[in-house]
Design a protein. Structure first.
Length: 91
């Protein structure tokens, strides 16, 4: 979870995310996230798949309940915005 969060925040270059590790790069966090998921599947595939399914069920429930509140945006909106601005600036 931490690796995935660090990857997303580092990739979108969030201004509030200031890692203190000198050699931090978002790709290392992505590798760590993929490595942890793979290791969880190797250790106990059934429990890992159950946990991943539970995560997505809770994410869906949270998304459904959050529709009733104000929309402040999320990290995926920021990723889309970042990709579009980088693409447009490279033209």
């Amino acid at each position: 979870g931490i690796n995935c969060s660090c990857f997303l925040l580092g990739f979108i270059q969030a201004p509030g995310f200031r890692p203190t590790f000198r050699y931090f790069h978002w790709s290392i966090s992505l590798i760590g996230c993929i490595w942890c998921l793979g290791l969880a599947l190797v250790i106990d595939a059934v429990m890992a798949l159950f946990t991943i399914a539970l995560f997505f069920i809770l994410l869906w429930y949270n998304h459904k309940m959050a529709e009733k509140q104000k929309d402040w945006g999320d990290v995926f909106d920021s990723v889309k915005y970042n990709v579009v601005t980088k693409t447009l600036s490279s033209l």
